[in-house]
Design a protein around this ligand. Structure first.
Ligand code: HEC
Length: 453
C-alpha cells in the first residue's frame, strides 16, 4: 500500500490526537488537553484537586478530572483566573472585564465592569473577601468578592499593571507594572504605601512571601530578583540569559519558587538558599505563560501548546513535557498564502468544518457562505446580523480595511494585512484549503489543533 503525503500527515495527526487524549501518563505527569488556544493562566484549588485554566480561546476550563467544564462568557482572550471560595471563581481578560463564576453550575454570576483596558491578572485575598485586578489601564481594581462591588481604584502606576498579590494578612497589596516598578498599597483605604522596586524595565510577574520578608519579581528584560520587603535590598539575583519572564509561582510551604520564561524553560528555585533545584525545557516552542502549584506540590504550566501540563513533584521531567505539537512545516517550506494563514489566522481558526475550541469559527467551506452561519458557533451580532457573503473580494476586504471597519463590533481582533499580494496569496490558499470537497486538503485539520476527544 502506498500512502500519499497527505495520508501520512493525517495519520501522524491522528496518532498525536490519541497520545494527547491520554491525559494521565506515568510519573504523575499529566496533560489536560482541550483548549483551542494558548493557555495564559492556571490556578489550583487549596482544598481539592480542581484546577482552572484561562485561555486565548476566550474560555475558562474547570478541571476536576481529565475532562473540563467550559466557562463561556468572555468576549476576548482570558488572561488570568483564580478560585474564590464557595465554589466560585473569578477571571479577567482582554475584554477589560472580570467575570465571577459559579463552578457547580458553570454559570456566570456577574460581570465586573469598569476597567478600560485588558486585565492581565486577578488575585484573591487569603480570606476570600477581596479580589484585586491588574489592568493595562494603569489601574488596580479592588472588588468585594461577595457583592462584586468596586471598593476602590488604586492609581499611581505610570503605565499598564501586569500583576498583583496580597500580603498574607491581607492588609497590603503589591503590584508590578510596565512602568518598571513594584509598588505596595494599603488595602483598607487604597492609598499607596511605597515603591518597593524600581527595576527600569517593565515588571511582568511577582510573588510575595511577606511572612519571611521577601518578594520576587520577573521582568521583560529577564531580570529575576528576590527583594527584602523591609529595606528593598536584593536578597538574590537569579537572572539568566532568558527573557522575558512570564510566570512565577510559589508552592504552599514557600520552599519552591518556579520561574517560566519566553524561551519555554521552567527554573525551580530552592528558596532556602536560592539554589536552582531544577531547570528544564517545558515547551519545545513558545513561552511558558502560566505557572501555579497544587496543594500537594505539583507544578502546573500553560503555554502555546493549548494544554495544562501537570509536572510530577520531583525530577525526571525534562523529556516528557516537550511541546508535542506536530505543528506546521517550517515556514520557509511553505508558500506565502499558507504562511500568512499559519502566522496570522491558525491560532484562532481551523480549516475544518467542526466547531472546536478555538476562538474563531471553523473556516472549512467558508467561500460562498453567509457570514455568521456556522451552526454551534457563538458569533457576535456583528456577524449574525450581516448579509455579507464570504468570497475572494470580501475576505480580501476584511483584512484590507480590517474587521473593525468591515464588520464593526466583531469579536475578531482588529488586524490588517497591508501588503496586497499577501492578501491575494492568503485568499488563494484559503480557497483551496477550506474547500470541503477537495481531496486531502483539510483532513489533518490544522495539525492537531482539533479538540482531542
Ligand atoms: C485572535 C483570534 C483571531 C484571529 C487571529 C483571526 N480571527 Fe477570524 N475570527 C475570529 C473570531 C472571534 C471571529 C468571529 C467574530 C464574531 O463573531 O464577531 C472570526 C471570524 C472570521 C471570519 C468570518 C467567519 C464566518 O463564519 O462568518 C472570517 C472569514 C475570518 N475570521 C477569517 C480570518 C482570517 C483569514 C484570519 C487571518 C488573517 C483570521 N480570521 C484571524 C478570531 C480570529
Amino acid at each position: 500500500m502506498r500512502l500519499s503525503a497527505n495520508k501520512v500527515k493525517a495519520l501522524a495527526a491522528a496518532v498525536y490526537l490519541l497520545t494527547a487524549s491520554l491525559a494521565v501518563a506515568n510519573d504523575g505527569f499529566e496533560r489536560l488537553s482541550g483548549h483551542g488556544g494558548p493557555v495564559m493562566g492556571v490556578a489550583a484549588a487549596n482544598d481539592t484537586n480542581a484546577k482552572l485554566s484561562a485561555s486565548f480561546d476566550y474560555s475558562v476550563g474547570y478541571w476536576t478530572g481529565g475532562k473540563p467544564t467550559w466557562l463561556e462568557g468572555h468576549k476576548a482572550a482570558v488572561n488570568s483566573v483564580a478560585f474564590l471560595g464557595n465554589d466560585r471563581a473569578v477571571s479577567g481578560g482582554d475584554d477589560s472585564t472580570l467575570i465571577l463564576w459559579d463552578l457547580r453550575s458553570a454559570k456566570m454570576l456577574q460581570r465586573l465592569e469598569g476597567h478600560t483596558a485588558k486585565i492581565m491578572s486577578v488575585t484573591v485575598s487569603a480570606d476570600s473577601t477581596l479580589i484585586a485586578s491588574a489592568s493595562w489601564d494603569s489601574r488596580i481594581g479592588l472588588w468585594d468578592a461577595d457583592t462584586g462591588a468596586l471598593r476602590v481604584w488604586l492609581t499611581g502606576h505610570k503605565s499598564g499593571v501586569n500583576d498583583v498579590a496580597f500580603s498574607k494578612d491581607g492588609t497590603l497589596l503589591y503590584s508590578a507594572s510596565m512602568d518598571g516598578t513594584v509598588r505596595s498599597w494599603n488595602v483598607a483605604d487604597g492609598s499607596p504605601e511605597r515603591v518597593e522596586v524600581n527595576h527600569g524595565f517593565g515588571v511582568n510577574r511577582l510573588v510575595v512571601n511577606d511572612r519571611e520578608g521577601w518578594l520576587a519579581y520577573g521582568s521583560l528584560d529577564g531580570g529575576t530578583r528576590v527583594i527584602d520587603v523591609e529595606n528593598g535590598n536584593v536578597i538574590a539575583d537569579v537572572t539568566l540569559e532568558r527573557r522575558p519572564i512570564l510566570a512565577l509561582a510559589l508552592n504552599s510551604d514557600a520552599s519552591r519558587l518556579s520561574v517560566g520564561d519566553g524561551d519555554g524553560y521552567i527554573m525551580v528555585l530552592d528558596t532556602r538558599d536560592w539554589s536552582v533545584a531544577r531547570d528544564f525545557r517545558a515547551a519545545k516552542s513558545g513561552p511558558v505563560w502560566a505557572l501555579a502549584y497544587t496543594n500537594d506540590g505539583r507544578l502546573l504550566s500553560g503555554g502555546l501548546d493549548e494544554a495544562v501540563t501537570v509536572w510530577p513533584e520531583e525530577g525526571r521531567v525534562a523529556a516528557q513535557g516537550a511541546d508535542q505539537q506536530p505543528f506546521h512545516r517550517p515556514p520557509n517550506e511553505m508558500e506565502n498564502g499558507e504562511r500568512q494563514f499559519v502566522r496570522k489566522c491558525s491560532i484562532c481558526h481551523s480549516l475544518g468544518t467542526d466547531v472546536n475550541r478555538q476562538a474563531g469559527p471553523p473556516l472549512g467551506g467558508v467561500f460562498g457562505r453567509l457570514a455568521g452561519t456556522v451552526e454551534g458557533y457563538n458569533y457576535s451580532s456583528a456577524l449574525t446580523g450581516n448579509d455579507l457573503v464570504w468570497n475572494d473580494d470580501t475576505i480580501n476586504a476584511l483584512f484590507d480595511v480590517g474587521p473593525d471597519e468591515l464588520t464593526p463590533g466583531s469579536k475578531m481582533p482588529m488586524q490588517r494585512i497591508t501588503d496586497a499580494q499577501d492578501r491575494i496569496d492568503l485568499v488563494e490558499y484559503l480557497k483551496r484549503a477550506t474547500d470541503p470537497d477537495a481531496p486531502g486538503t483539510n483532513t489533518d485539520r490544522q495539525n492537531g489543533q482539533v479538540e482531542a476527544e
